[in-house]
Design a protein around this ligand. Structure first.
Ligand SMILES: Nc1ncnc2c1ncn2[C@@H]1O[C@H](COP(=O)(O)OP(=O)(O)OP(=O)(O)O)[C@@H](O)[C@H]1O
Ligand SMILES: O=P(O)(O)OC[C@H]1O[C@H](OP(=O)(O)OP(=O)(O)O)[C@H](O)[C@@H]1O
Ligand SMILES: [Mg+2]
Length: 282
């Protein structure tokens, strides 16, 4: 049975459960459940604190886990990213009161408050900046107002939390993060159960980002049409009863679907349809 760690709280928890559900796995019915078995899929899910997931996986007790890239790096655990999942996207940045500092080089001798000491200490060391780091569990934006630190380093998504605290980012982003699948560094990459799990999640990612497009076009326009809809491998082209016409079917990125439909129409394609993809194996 494959043993998988899933975030039990916070920003990662809801979207991770939703993705697993879309991939056909059973998920817990209430938020107090700590583990469930999905016998049909031969998987056991453990609901753990997101910060602890890379540590469990590195110990070898659990096969894989879903966590944030920033949490993996911060933990220093012996685990590696095997698949980015496209949700809980954020950047990790320094911020201060306006006018306090221009970049990381100005942080010498200052105190930085953060929940991600591992990332911050390493970044400061890489830049050769000697600054103190104080650990706080959360709501670090308030640390400056209350005199615990002059600088913070935290997750930034929309920037609303920083703005509300009267802070502004300084320097370049320290890192970009999103939800990821992790496993123990160097674990068997070909393990069939792990591969099947990854294929299911990849199927969800594709179903979320692509739509199926069907249209009819004249044979003379086929090359131009196929250039607009190359598909993942190559489009399916079938003859129509009306001579001189073909039906074309290809997957296209959902974000570009409307523009592609306009372009196909402009070269004479007709009966252009898009449909959602519910599940997929590439
Ligand atoms: N506002 C946000 N937008 C996108 N991703 C976020 C946001 N806040 C945290 N994350 C991401 O979620 C992960 C942190 O999860 P975690 O559950 O520890 O913190 P949280 O979502 O801040 O929850 P809490 O602080 O309530 O425990 C990190 O990968 C982080 O990048
Ligand atoms: O840029 P924004 O869209 O405002 O998002 C970033 C904020 O979201 C998270 O906080 P959370 O609500 O999880 O509280 P926490 O600080 O206690 O972790 C993070 O720690 C930032 O404070
Ligand atoms: Mg938080």
């Amino acid at each position: 049975m494959l043993r998988i760690a899933v975030p039990n709280k916070g920003s990662l928890s809801g979207p991770a459960a939703e993705m697993l559900h879309e991939a056909g796995y059973q998920q817990r019915r209430e938020s107090k459940e700590l583990r469930i078995v999905d016998p049909e899929n031969e998987v056991e899910f453990f609901y753990l604190r997101p910060r602890d997931i890379a540590i469990y996986v590195s110990s070898g007790r659990l096969d894989i886990g879903i966590t944030g890239r920033d949490l993996l790096i911060d933990s220093g655990a012996n685990a590696e990213e095997i698949l980015p999942l496209g949700f809980a996207r954020s950047t990790f940045r320094f911020a201060t009161k306006p006018g306090t500092a221009g970049g990381v080089e100005d942080l010498v001798g200052r105190t930085v408050a953060t929940s991600y000491e591992g990332i911050v200490a390493k970044h400061l060391a890489d830049k050769g900046v000697d600054a103190a780091v104080v650990h706080l569990d959360g709501a670090v934006e308030t640390a400056i107002e209350l005199g615990v630190a002059e600088v913070i380093a935290d997750v930034v998504e929309t920037g609303t939390s920083l703005r509300n605290a009267g802070l502004e980012v300084i320097g370049e982003p320290i890192m970009k993060s999103e939800a990821i699948v992790v496993r123990r560094t160097g674990a068997d990459a070909e393990e069939p159960k792990v591969q099947q799990f990854l294929r299911r999640l990849q199927g969800v990612l594709v179903a979320r980002t692509y739509v199926m497009m069907d249209y009819d076009c004249r044979v003379e326009q086929l090359d131009k049409a196929v250039a607009l809809t190359p598909g993942l491998e190559s489009p399916t082209v079938s003859p129509l009863h009306n001579e001189g016409w073909v039906a074309v079917r290809a997957m296209v990125p959902a974000k570009e679907a409307q523009r592609i439909m306009d372009d196909l129409y402009a070269i004479g394609a007709r009966a252009i349809l898009t449909t959602a993809i519910h599940a997929c194996r590439l």
